[in-house]
Design a binder for this molecule. Structure first.
Ligand code: FAD
Length: 497
C-alpha cells in the first residue's frame, strides 16, 4: 500500500516523467535498480513497483525451510555485505534471505529519490514515441482492483518480474486415505500426523530440502523418495571448499562453467550432463539424468542416502485405494502398497509449470528505453546476474553490438532440460567472457554474485588471465553451440545487434 508521502508523489507522477521505473523487487530487480543508481543523480525520481507487500520476491512465499544452496555472501545486491557475522559458508534460511534483500533496498533508498509502490500489479509496459522522444509507459493498479489504473512514463524502465514462481498444488491423487500436501504445509502436517511415513515426490532441491527438514523434525520418520529421472547436484564440499582448501583445492565457478560449455556442442546434451555428473556431482556413479544447478554437500548427500527407506527412480502417477489399503502407481508400471495416512509431498518443481508461457519480449526495446529480464530473450539463466550486468551495460551504452548472446531459455527448458543445461552454461560463459572484455575490472569486482569470489584473489587473477587468453576461441565455440541448439529447438538465439 502507498503511504501519504508516496501518494502525494504518485499523484504528481501523472504529469512528471520518472528517470527510472523498476518492476519487480526480487533479487533481479534490486540488482538492476542498484546498478542504475551508479548512473543516476541523487535527485533522480525512481519508482519501484511490486505485486508483493515487501521487497524480496519469491523469498516471501517460498516454503519456510528453504535455504540458500550457495554461501550467503554471494547472494546479494551489487556488492552489499550481509549485516551479520556468520561464517561465510553459512547457508541462509528463507527469512534471512528476504531480510537481507529488504535491507538492501533501504541502502538503495539513500542514493536516489525512491518511491515504492508495493501491493501493485503492472499490466502494461511498452516503449512509446512522444514529443520528448522515446519513453517507457507503464500501467499499474492496486492488487485486486483495476478501477484506478494509473499510467506513468519514464526515461527508462527495467522489467524484472521473475520466472513466474508459483506455489505448487498438492498432487491430485485418487486415494482418500493419504494426505497430499505442498512443502509449505510440511511442518503442520508432520505435527498433525505423528509417525506417518513421508513420500517425497521429486528429487531436486525442494525434494532434498524436504527430506532433510523431515528428518531434522523427526529422525525416526520413514521417508521414501520418488525421484523421477534423478537429479545431480554439484558437490559443494569439493567445489566450495573451506579454510586452507580454498587455496589448494576446488575450482573457480567460471572454470566449471567453461568446462561444461566446452563439452556442449549444441547436439550432445546427454553427454554434457553425464560429464557433469561424473566430474562434479555428489553421486558420480548413479544414472541420475537431470541437473538444475543445485549444490549439495557430501554430508547432506550421505544423510539423505543413509536415511531413505527406499528410492524409486520413477514418476508417481496416482495413489489408489484397494482392498489392502492405498497403492502407489508408478509410470514405469510398478505398484507399491503404502501405509494409510502416508504424507505425499509435491516437490516436482516451481518454474515453467503452468500452461501459460511468458510472452516473448526483447531484452532491450528498440530505443533502449526498456530492459526486460525475461526467460524468452534471456541474457543469463540467473536473473540476478542479468539484473547486474545488463543494467550496467545498458547505462554505459555497451549492451548492443558486442556479441552478448540472448536465448529463449523457456523454450529450451520446456522442450529439453538437458539441452537447457548445455545452453545455459555456454551462454553464461560467453556473456561472462564478453563482459570481462567490455567492462572495467573495477566494476567487475563489484559483482557480489560472482561465485569466483569464494577463492583468494591470486587464484581469481590467475583465472581471469586464463579466461582472457582463451577468450576468442572459447567465444567462438559457445557461439557455434548456441546457434546449433537454438536452431534445433526453435529457441531464438542471437547475438544482440
Ligand atoms: C525454492 C527455490 C529455491 C531457490 N534457491 C536458490 C538458491 O539457493 N540460490 C540461488 O541463487 N537461487 C535460488 N533460486 C532461484 C531464484 O529464483 C532466484 O534466486 C531469485 O530469487 C529469483 O529472483 P527474481 O528477482 O528473478 O524473481 P522473484 O524473486 O520472483 O521476484 C520477482 C518479483 O516481481 C514481482 N512481479 C511479477 N510480476 C509482476 C507484475 N506484473 N507487477 C508487479 N510485480 C510483479 C513479483 O511479485 C516478485 O516480487 C531458488 C528458487 C526457488 C523456487
Amino acid at each position: 500500500m502507498l503511504d501519504d508521502r508516496q501518494m502525494k508523489m504518485e499523484n504528481s507522477a501523472q504529469s512528471e516523467i520518472y528517470d527510472l521505473i523498476v518492476v519487480g523487487a526480487g533479487i533481479a530487480g534490486l540488482n538492476a535498480l542498484n546498478a542504475a543508481t551508479d548512473y543516476l543523480p541523487e535527485d533522480a525520481q525512481v519508482l519501484l513497483l511490486d505485486q508483493k507487500e515487501a521487497a524480496g520476491g519469491m523469498w516471501n512465499t517460498a516454503y519456510d525451510y528453504v535455504r540458500l544452496h550457495q554461501p550467503h555472501p554471494m547472494f546479494t545486491v551489487g556488492d552489499m555485505k550481509w549485516d551479520w557475522r556468520k561464517p561465510s559458508d553459512y547457508l541462509a534460511a528463507r527469512d534471512e534471505v528476504r531480510d537481507h534483500l529488504v535491507a538492501s533496498l533501504d541502502q538503495i533508498d539513500q542514493s536516489v529519490a525512491l518511491t515504492t509502490a508495493f501491493g501493485h500489479t503492472v499490466t502494461h509496459c511498452e516503449e512509446i514515441t512522444t514529443d520528448q522522444g522515446p519513453l517507457a509507459e507503464i500501467s499499474y493498479h492496486l492488487n485486486g482492483t483495476k478501477k484506478n489504473t494509473k499510467t506513468v512514463r519514464a526515461k527508462r524502465a527495467i522489467y524484472a518480474s521473475g520466472l513466474d514462481y508459483a506455489l505448487a498444488e498438492p498432487q491430485k491423487l485418487s486415494s482418500q486415505n493419504i494426505v497430499s500436501i505442498i512443502p509449505q504445509d510440511l511442518y503442520s502436517t508432520l505435527n498433525a500426523h505423528p509417525g506417518a511415513p513421508v513420500y517425497v515426490v521429486g528429487g531436486g532441491k525442494t525434494g532434498m530440502d524436504t527430506i532433510l527438514a523431515t528428518l531434522a523434525t523427526d529422525p525416526k520418520r520413514q521417508v521414501t523418495l520418488i525421484s523421477g529421472r534423478g537429479t545431480n547436484f554439484i558437490n559443494r564440499t569439493k567445489y566450495i571448499p573451506t579454510g586452507l582448501k580454498r587455496w589448494t583445492s576446488g575450482e573457480l565457478a567460471s572454470r566449471i562453467f567453461r568446462d561444461i560449455a566446452l563439452q556442449f556442442d549444441g547436439d550432445n546434451e546427454e553427454h554434457t550432463v553425464a560429464h557433469l555428473r561424473t566430474v562434479y556431482s555428489t553421486d558420480p556413479h548413479t544414472e541420475n539424468g537431470v541437473f538444475l544447478y543445485g549444490l549439495q554437500s557430501e554430508e547432506e548427500y550421505e544423510r539423505v542416502k543413509n536415511s531413505l527407506k527406499e528410492t524409486h527412480q520413477d514418476y508417481l502417477m496416482d495413489v489408489v485405494d484397494s482392498s489392502c489399503g492405498p497403492k502407489m502407481k508408478l509410470r514405469g508400471g510398478a505398484n507399491a502398497k503404502i501405509p494409510r495416512n502416508s504424507i505425499i509431498v509435491n516437490c516436482t518443481g516451481s518454474f515453467f509449470r503452468s500452461e501459460k508461457w511468458a510472452g516473448p519480449s526483447p531484452l532491450v526495446s528498440q530505443n533502449d528505453c526498456i530492459l526486460s529480464i525475461n526467460p524468452r530473450n534471456a541474457f543469463h539463466f540467473l536473473t540476478s546476474v542479468s539484473g547486474f550486468f545488463a543494467t550496467h551495460l545498458l547505462y554505459r551504452g555497451l549492451l548492443r553490438g558486442r556479441g552478448f548472446y540472448t536465448l529463449d531459455l523457456e523454450t529450451l527448458f520446456r522442450k529439453n532440460r538437458n539441452a537447457w543445461v548445455g545452453a545455459t552454461a555456454a551462454q553464461a560463459y560467453l556473456n561472462q567472457v564478453t563482459s570481462v572484455q567490455t567492462l572495467p575490472l573495477t566494476l567487475l569486482d563489484r559483482c557480489g554474485l560472482d561465485l569466483d569470489r569464494w577463492y583468494p584473489l591470486p587464484r581469481r587473477i590467475a583465472g581471469l588471465l586464463r579466461m582472457k587468453a582463451g577468450a576468442a576461441k572459447d567465444i567462438a565455440h559457445c557461439r557455434r553451440a548456441l546457434d546449433r541448439v537454438a536452431d534445433r529447438f526453435d529457441a531464438h538465439g542471437t547475438p544482440l545487434p
